[in-house]
Design a binder for this molecule. Structure first.
Ligand code: DOR
Ligand code: ZN
Length: 354
């Protein structure tokens, strides 16, 4: 008989896709990530977005000032690509270590993407530079074409835009972010090693039914949206496979109640407070605990060409109750609370804290 595993230790993980926001909420949000992750790739979709070296430096400063004292967490900054991004500034930012990567939002595909790229071929000069300097391109892979069904937008993006882009720039280093479909998994697995993907905890736990369970539930609305169950099953297989091309990226994206409980609720799921516990639950259910460290702590660093973390972290098999809401420091008004993923649930793993 196989003994049940009650404890797991691994190198400290990194989050390769994270939204921290800015202003008053920043401190109440970053503490959750800084608690258990060593590094995180910070999304630049602020309003206005992070498009210049100076903006990235200033935003990084504000993040660092908001990290709880004693934490060694480091934010890795990204540039938000627009039609007018200067290739020289991007290159300088990468060489100076300010920009770890650049993020491509096709215009109007998601939160604060109105400054995004209107036509990929317009910024071929940017892709040329990135390919030459080996700078990772992080892609929100959905088309903005309203005639395309919302559940097909990722698959159509791959055919219509990503494949042609890689034909033009075959050595471009790409992370297809927060993948949600079998089409994306196939695309990544069948490519060379310079194409990788992040996978969120929520896409491993929910399928699209979650958005419609007994009513319209914006808490489970994110972009790309969760898809059919067959896709969720395939994502669980990919994430837990141990393959180097798949790694952890939470896409934790906090929106306050005011913006979620609206007739036009915002896209985004705040999963940072229990992200590790959430992922680990999936790895245990898939009998793949041995592959958790590769997914959470090794594959991402290797892809980005960064050193592995030295510290480690331990999780134990002990129930933990996820709070219904988090007060993220916005004047205690419940309209300003943020609901976490797994709100009100009990998870079976806990991070061991000394
Ligand atoms: O669900 C999402 N929320 N997807 C994104 O691409 C953006 C994010 C956000 O910033 O809220
Ligand atoms: Zn995101």
């Amino acid at each position: 008989m196989i003994e049940p595993v009650n404890q797991i230790s691994l190198l400290k993980p990194d989050d390769w896709h994270l939204h921290l926001r800015d202003g008053k909420i920043l401190k109440g949000v970053v503490s959750h990530t800084a608690d258990v992750f060593s590094r995180a790739i910070i999304m630049p979709n602020l309003d206005p977005p992070v498009t210049t070296l100076n903006q990235a430096k200033e935003y990084k400063k504000r993040i660092v000032q908001s990290i709880p004292s004693g934490s060694s967490f480091s934010p890795l900054m990204t540039a938000y690509l627009t039609d007018n991004m200067s290739p020289d500034e991007l290159e300088r930012g990468f060489i100076e270590g300010i920009f770890q990567a650049a993020k491509l939002y096709p215009v109007n595909v998601t939160t604060n993407s109105s400054y995004g790229v209107t036509d990929l071929s317009k910024i071929d000069n940017i892709f040329e530079t990135m390919e030459r300097i080996n700078m990772p391109l992080l892609i929100h892979g959905e088309v903005n074409d309203l005639n395309v069904d919302v559940f097909d937008r990722e698959a159509v993006f791959i055919e219509r835009h990503l494949k042609p882009l890689l034909r033009r720039f075959p050595s471009l280093k790409v992370v297809l972010e927060h993948i949600t479909t079998i089409d994306a998994i196939d695309f990544v697995e069948n490519n060379k090693c310079d194409i990788a993907a992040t996978i969120t905890p929520h896409h491993l736990h929910i399928n699209r039914n979650a958005m419609f369970l007994g009513g319209l539930r914006s808490d489970f609305y994110c972009l790309p949206t969760a898809k059919r169950e067959i896709h969720r099953i395939a994502l669980r297989r990919a994430a837990t496979s141990g393959k180097a091309c798949f790694f952890l990226g939470t896409d934790s994206a906090p929106h306050t109640r005011k913006f979620k409980e609206s007739s036009c609720g915002c896209a985004g799921i705040f999963n940072a407070p229990f992200a590790l516990e959430s992922y680990l639950t999936v790895f245990e259910e898939e009998q793949a605990l041995d592959n958790f460290e590769a997914f959470a702590s090794i594959n991402g660093a290797r892809f980005y060409g960064l050193p592995q973390n030295r510290e480690s972290i331990t999780l134990v098999k002990r129930d933990v109750s996820v709070p219904e809401m988090f007060d993220v420091g916005l004047e205690g008004d419940p309209n300003n609370f943020v609901k976490p993923f797994h709100s009100g649930e009990t998870l079976k793993w806990s991070v061991l804290r000394d």
